[in-house]
Design a binder for this molecule. Structure first.
Ligand SMILES: Nc1ncnc2c1ncn2[C@@H]1O[C@H](COP(=O)(O)OP(=O)(O)OP(=O)(O)O)[C@@H](O)[C@H]1O
Ligand SMILES: [Mg+2]
Length: 373
């Protein structure tokens, strides 16, 4: 079980002046910008759960994963992975045995070594018994289709091969939990599909707990039941994929093609039943409605469309998670007052209110604030 309790990670960046003089002044200045990368995140993840951890660039996802993996120490708050804290020296070893981590942007493998040698080294690092190692590596090579490049140096692998090799490295010691930070970044559709299905098989076989970060919502829909949305270091939503759609209203996009041009007058009665005005194409032959299925019967609306308009064709699509997430990234979560929510709604603060605060570097709270250049 993973438990995060009000976890914060702040970084201190020196405020830089302009030009050479400014650079020199920076050396003696005590002015810092405080970056609140993670700002009070709490959640629990049960064994065997698969959770999508999403948010716009810079939301704090990778920082959270780095803290959970023992790479960074939190400024405040507590993290327990099966009761062990990754940032406490004597507990870190236990955490590292129970987690596997893949950072899609940066390989964890030794670039000049053939994969087999890299895995041999990991066998030593994790103290994996020989029989177990041979069996597991065999399974992973099979599952991730790694035979063709298992003896090649990592440097020569394609991105898709390297990602599979990284995933195998993360799984070699049979961790209970996988943290995957953008594992599908840069992969073509086919390689991506294979990787997703390999992750699915791994989870089905070993009941691995998964925390997945990605900007591809289709990855989340295929792999996760639950989604946590992070915005400016704070949790905006924690619930099911259906829950997040529900929170924004369960919309149907209805596109009607007509057999002759129509005007906005002819859709007036229909448009009164939509939250946003219908969009009519320039040639007047197509109109798009957005209907909230929670507020009215879609079939009644469709009947009215058929009696009001000279319909040639109708296409209906549901709000997809991509659309929902785009709205969240743009506007934050402000759930309609009448909607029930299982999330933790509320308007996010403005980027500058929250993220970067100037400080003289003194009077910081206890805990670790990393200084960066
Ligand atoms: N070592 C560091 N020093 C200073 N600031 C940092 C450091 N690491 C991260 N940050 C800042 O913390 C914030 C969160 O970064 P993080 O990498 O966690 O975002 P992310 O959600 O993973 O974004 P992306 O989707 O782009 O990967 C950003 O503003 C980033 O600039
Ligand atoms: Mg990241």
């Amino acid at each position: 079980m993973i438990e995060l309790r009000n976890v914060k990670k702040y970084f201190k960046k020196p405020v830089r002046g302009k030009g050479v003089l400014g650079m020199l002044k920076t050396l003696f200045s005590r002015k810092y910008t405080l970056v609140k990368a993670v700002d009070g995140v709490s959640f629990d993840i049960n064994d065997g759960e698969a959770v999508g951890y999403i948010g716009a660039n810079g939301a704090g996802k990778s920082t959270t994963i780095k803290i959970m993996s023992g790479i960074l120490t939190p400024t405040e708050g507590d993290i327990f992975i099966d009761g062990q804290r990754p940032y406490v020296n004597r507990e870190r070893k236990n955490v590292l045995k129970s987690i596997g981590v893949v950072f899609g942007q940066k390989t964890q493998l030794w670039l000049d070594l053939p994969l087999t040698e890299t895995y041999d080294l990991l066998k030593g690092v994790y103290d994996i018994p020989k029989d177990e190692y041979t069996k597991r590596l065999g399974e992973l090579i099979e599952l991730l289709d790694m035979k063709p490049f298992i003896s090649a140096p990592v440097r020569t692998l394609s991105l898709g091969q390297r990602m599979r090799a990284d995933l195998a490295a993360a799984m070699l010691h049979n961790p209970k939990t996988l943290f995957l930070d953008e594992p599908t970044i840069g992969l073509d559709v086919l390689v991506k599909r294979n990787l997703i299905s390999a992750i699915k098989s791994i989870r089905a076989q070993y009941n691995t707990t998964l925390l997945l970060t990605t900007h591809a919502m289709s990855d989340i829909e295929q792999l996760c039941e639950r989604v946590i949305v992070l915005d400016n270091g704070k949790t905006l939503f924690d619930g099911t994929i259906d829950g997040i759609k529900h929170m924004f209203g369960d919309k149907r996009n209805i596109t009607v093609t007509t057999n002759r041009p129509i005007t906005s007058d002819s859709v007036q009665t229909l448009s009164d039943r939509c939250d946003v005005p219908p969009e009519i194409s320039q040639d007047g032959r197509q109109v798009k409605f957005s209907v909230d299925a929670g507020k009215q019967h879609v079939n009644e609306f469709l009947k009215s469309v058929l009696t009001t308009l000279p319909v040639e064709d109708i296409k209906i699509t549901e709000t997809d998670i991509e659309q929902v997430v785009r709205t969240i990234y743009e506007n934050g979560i402000a759930p309609p007052p009448e909607s029930e929510s299982d999330g933790t709604g509320g308007e996010p603060d403005g980027e500058n209110d929250r993220k970067e605060i100037e400080t003289d570097g003194d009077g910081q709270k206890d805990g670790k604030i990393d200084e960066t250049d």
